[in-house]
Design a binder for this molecule. Structure first.
Ligand SMILES: Cc1ncc(C[n+]2csc(CCOP(=O)(O)OP(=O)(O)O)c2C)c(N)n1
Ligand SMILES: [Mg+2]
Length: 380
């Protein structure tokens, strides 16, 4: 049954400040805020490196969706399993991967998280339970069910989490995974990051139900919840409850977290298909702003928040610099030594533009300049 646990996003609920949420200590809230700020800063660095032509292939940035990964990770055990999509930077970083190893992986360096065997779309770090990012839409949901099955057989109490997009709910693997997870009461969490679009298509135009993941959960006798995916506290609470149920042996849960990507689908997408008012309403509900409102309400001094921002930005800048230095100083990963076709230097022409991400809009404007303040890092 679909249960709205809390407020949904602006398309179906009130926009603005955070709803009344579960209790969370001010110190933990500040930690979660800083983690989101760090992810934002790391993706800013990824954007800059991409514009300099240093990232091989493309990137799918998750700016705007950080609260899902950070809130969920805060509710998980260190040994739980996480599976993500090609839009998986935030999940890897939320699980504890370092910005430097993430950026180095994007640049196909031997110092990268997967020693250049993965790249942006396949970030994997088993030591933090990040069991991979997958480019084939929906493919990792049955894998997460398999990991959950393994955990149950071994009696470890671990849960397996699959993060996926709204588009994956129209793929057969989504339905196969939910069905088996329910039949076998697997300790699995299916967390849909419903950002309203599958590539350039509004999910509402190609889906028979309003809540593409949560509404379908009922067909498999799984509880489905729609939550505000931009509120890190709401996500943390929903995932904590679902993980508890799974560990108790009560089976899987579907959580549909409504959120929005600030950028286009990938770095090639100017995202002009999104109505300006829609973009504006979601930018007003930036997960960092919502967390900041919560921090203020919790009495955390603005100086502490500013310090967290500064630490996150500094780490992002350092990681970017370190990755570039390594780029100049080290050879590509030995991964390529085992392939017959070594990677070509990126031949794609990059738009002529400022080297600064403050100038986003370089032919592929991801943010609606003039219509909104844009992302935090690009604001004057
Ligand atoms: C099986 C399969 N079909 C099509 C594609 C091409 N494709 C790549 S991303 C994407 C959209 C997925 O949208 P969604 O699941 O909502 O994730 P989001 O990008 O919004 O995070 C599609 C159709 C693919 N990678 N795999
Ligand atoms: Mg989507």
């Amino acid at each position: 049954m679909t249960t709205p646990m809390t407020s949904t996003g602006p398309a179906s609920g009130p926009a603005g400040g955070p709803p009344g949420g579960p209790p969370i200590g001010a110190a933990e809230l500040l930690t979660l805020y800083e983690r989101m700020a760090l992810i934002r800063a790391t993706e800013k660095a990824a954007y800059d490196l991409f514009m300099l032509g240093l990232v091989k292939g493309t990137t799918h940035l998750a700016a705007g969706q950080e609260a899902v990964a950070v809130g969920a990770s805060a509710a998980l055990r260190a040994d739980d399993y996480v599976f993500a999509t090609y839009r998986g930077h935030h999940h890897a970083l939320a699980r504890g991967a370092s910005p430097a190893e993430c950026l180095a992986e994007l640049m196909s360096k031997g110092t990268g998280m997967c020693k250049a065997k993965g790249g942006s779309m396949h970030l994997t770090k088993a030591t933090v339970g990040m069991l991979g990012s997958y480019a084939i839409v929906g493919s990792h949901l049955p894998m997460a069910a398999g990991a959950a099955w393994s955990a149950r057989i071994r009696g470890t109490g671990q849960v397996a989490v699959a993060f996926f997009g709204d588009g994956a709910t129209n793929i057969g693997a989504f339905h196969e995974a939910l069905n088996l997870a329910s039949v076998w009461k697997l300790p699995a969490l299916f967390i849909c990051e419903n950002n309203l679009y599958m590539e350039y298509t509004p999910i509402s135009q190609v889906t028979a139900v309003a809540n593409p993941a949560a509404d379908r959960a009922a067909a498999y006798a799984i509880a489905g919840h729609v939550i505000d995916g931009n509120d890190v506290v709401v996500v943390r609470q929903a995932v904590a409850e679902a993980a508890d149920r799974a560990r108790r042996g009560d089976g899987p849960t579907v959580i549909e977290a409504r959120t929005y990507r600030h950028y286009g689908h990938s770095r090639a997408d100017p995202a002009k298909y999104r109505p300006a008012e829609e973009v504006e309403s979601w930018l007003r509900r930036d997960p960092l702003d919502i967390a900041r409102s919560r921090l203020q309400a919790a009495g955390v001094p603005p100086t502490a928040v500013a310090e967290a921002d500064e630490r996150a930005d500094r780490t992002g800048r350092r990681s970017r610099r370190a990755s570039r230095e390594r780029c100049a100083a080290t050879r590509p990963s030995s991964a390529w030594a085992r392939t017959s076709a070594p990677p070509k230097a990126s031949s794609r022409p990059r738009p002529a533009c400022s080297r600064s991400s403050a100038a986003i809009g370089c032919g592929t404007p991801p943010y609606p300049s003039r219509r909104s303040p844009g992302p935090r890092w690009a604001r004057p």
